[in-house]
Design a protein around this ligand. Structure first.
Ligand code: NAP
Length: 273
C-alpha cells in the first residue's frame, strides 16, 4: 500500500528517548522538517518519527493508540539496530528528504487485542499490544485454565504466560524460546514461562501459534493479584474472571522508504554481519 506524495500539509511529530544524543537528533529532524514547510502537530500527526530504540517506538505507539488508522511510524535508533527503529543517525538527512519529497509505502503489522473481564461481569477493559502481553501473579505461581477457540486446552501452572504479536516475537517471546514469526503472518503466539510439569501438572510445553480467527482465553483459578504487562505498561489487579487474546482488527502502520527485509533485520540483530 502506498500513500500519496507527501506535501506541505503533512503533519508530523518527533519523539525522543530523552538522552542527549536522541534529543539532539530530534531537534535536528524538527528543524529540517520545519525548513521543508511541514506542519509540526503533536496531537494529530500523520507521521511520528521516534528517536531512541524500539522502546521509544513502543511508547509512541501507546501515545497514539487512539489514532492508529491515521498515524504512520518511523524509527531512528541511537543505540543498537532496532526492529521498529531501523534508521541510523547518519541517515537523518536522507530520511528527512524522503519524508518531505517522496511518496512512501505503508507497511502494516498485526497487533494483539487483550480483553480483561472482571468478576462483576459488566466490567471489562480492552488493550492493544504491539509486542506482547505477559501474565503473572504478584506472588506464587500462576494457575489458570487455558481455552483455545472455546475449548479447554490445558490448566497452566508456572511463572506465567507471554502472548505476543509477530513483530513482538523477537522481544520477550524470543527470550522464552518462542519462534520468530514474520509480521505478514496475522497470528498470535503463546509462550510459557517456567511451567510446572510432572505427574500431577501437565502443559503442552511448546509455544503455540494461533491464526487470526482463533481466540485464547485465560481463566485464573484463584482470585489473586494478577500482574498484566502490555508492552512496557504493567497493571496489577484482582477480581479478574478472564483475559482474552486474539489478533486485533487494528493494525500498526510503518512508513517504509526503502526495502529492509525482516529476516535481514533478524540476522543483523541477533547473528551479526
Ligand atoms: P527495556 O527492558 O528497557 O528493553 C528491553 C529490550 O527489548 C530493549 O533492548 C529493546 O530494544 C528490546 N525490544 C523491544 N521491542 C523489541 C522487539 N520487537 N524486538 C526485539 N527487541 C525488542 O524495555 P522497553 O524498552 O520498555 O521495552 C519493552 C519491551 O521489552 C517489552 O515489550 C518486552 O518485549 C521487552 N523485554 C524483553 C525482556 C527479555 O527479553 N527478557 C525483558 C524485559 C522486556 P531497544 O533497546 O531498541 O529499545
Amino acid at each position: 500500500m502506498s500513500i500519496p506524495s507527501t506535501d506541505e500539509n503533512m503533519r508530523y511529530n518527533v519523539t525522543s528517548r530523552g538522552d542527549d544524543t536522541s534529543n539532539e537528533i530530534r531537534d535536528k529532524v524538527l528543524s529540517y522538517l520545519n525548513e521543508f514547510g511541514l506542519i509540526h502537530d503533536e496531537v494529530h500527526p500523520d507521521i511520528v518519527i521516534t528517536v531512541g530504540g524500539d522502546g521509544t517506538l513502543l511508547q509512541a505507539f501507546h501515545h497514539y493508540y487512539e489514532s492508529l488508522e491515521d498515524v504512520c511510524f518511523v524509527g531512528i535508533h541511537t543505540g543498537h539496530l532496532g526492529f521498529y527503529a531501523d534508521w541510523q543517525p547518519e541517515e537523518v538527512e536522507k530520511l528527512v528528504i524522503h519524508l518531505a519529497k517522496t511518496p512512501f509505502q505503508v507497511v502494516e503489522y498485526p497487533l494483539l487485542e487483550v480483553i480483561v473481564r472482571y468478576n462483576e461481569h459488566t466490567r471489562f477493559e480492552r488493550y492493544l499490544a504491539l509486542n506482547e502481553c505477559m501474565v503473572k501473579t504478584l506472588e506464587g505461581s500462576l494457575v489458570c485454565n487455558v481455552d483455545i477457540k472455546g475449548e479447554h486446552f490445558e490448566t497452566f501452572r508456572g511463572d506465567g504466560l507471554c502472548i505476543s504479536t509477530p513483530s513482538g516475537s523477537t522481544a520477550y517471546n524470543k527470550s522464552l524460546g518462542g519462534a520468530i514469526l514474520h509480521p505478514s503472518l496475522s497470528s498470535i503466539q503463546i509462550a510459557e514461562m517456567a511451567s510446572i510439569n510432572n505427574r500431577v501438572y501437565r502443559t503442552i510445553g511448546s509455544p503455540l501459534i494461533l491464526p487470526q480467527h482463533h481466540t485464547c482465553l485465560l481463566r485464573p483459578v484463584n482470585d489473586v493479584d494478577m500482574q498484566i504487562t502490555i508492552d512496557h505498561i504493567t497493571l496489577v489487579d484482582q477480581g479478574i474472571e478472564s483475559i482474552q487474546y486474539r489478533v486485533a482488527e487494528e493494525k500498526v502502520r510503518f512508513a517504509r522508504f526503502r526495502p529492509f527485509p525482516f529476516w535481514k533485520r533478524v540476522k543483523e540483530s541477533f547473528i551479526g554481519e
